[in-house]
Design a protein around this ligand. Sequence first.
Ligand code: ZN
Length: 279
Amino acid sequence: MRKNIEVAIDTIRLADGIVVEDNWFALRGLDESTIAIGEPAYHQRNWSYLISDGEDSLLFDTGSGRRPIAPLVERHGRAAVEAFPSHMHFDHLGNINAFGPVIVADLPMLRAIELDGLLTPTEDMFLGASEAVPVPTFELARWVAPGQSITVGSRDLQVLHTPGHSPDSVSLWEPDRCRLYAADFIYCGALYAQTPGASLRDYLRVCDTLLNDMPEQVQIVCAHGQPENGLDDAPILGYGDLEALRTVVAGLLRAEPRTGETRVNDRMHLLFSEASFTA
Ligand SMILES: [Zn+2]
């Protein structure tokens, strides 16, 4: 039987320095103007990122939707807040309509779900049925193509197309802070490459691109965590974790397609399906 979707926050052990707000969210300041917003009491342990400078804030993913995240963003964000979902899975689009028109990655499969300035993901993109979450319709602010940047005050965040987990996944690369906001491409715990649209070939190709383009000191902040040494904290990986993922995916692609799971390293394992070998 499936585990509980959520537990009480006071049953969760949090790392030093984490602050709980609204009896649900776990806040970790990554620096003076970037906050990781966790939901460790939700079984998927999502982490969203509030990136601010000057009068502007960008919310990269709007959370699971189990609790309203907008009041917290109102308290901690600047005057102008824009939301940008990393991909259309339901646990990254929670309460999306609390943020007005949203920035969307300019990708063909997302253009295909737009009508008159409104986007409605397909259930295959959204996957909310497993937790009875209805598909939202939300307003488009503007398209941002891979390779283009989103400006937050004086901060520059480059949009990278990072499929593998899902075809519509994007990450943000912030050269000034040497930080990759990787969303669901790579994170701590069980990496999902068994869901519709997941592709091991995409995983391999994007790993190669990132390993080529990212400096070895890159800080990779992720959209899901897991307790480590019994404590929940913002999930942060590094270059070596990308290398480990690349090695495992390359090994899988040399073998016959199958459905299963495999260890990546101490902090990650990878779930995959036969379909993810040929997608
Ligand atoms: Zn996802």
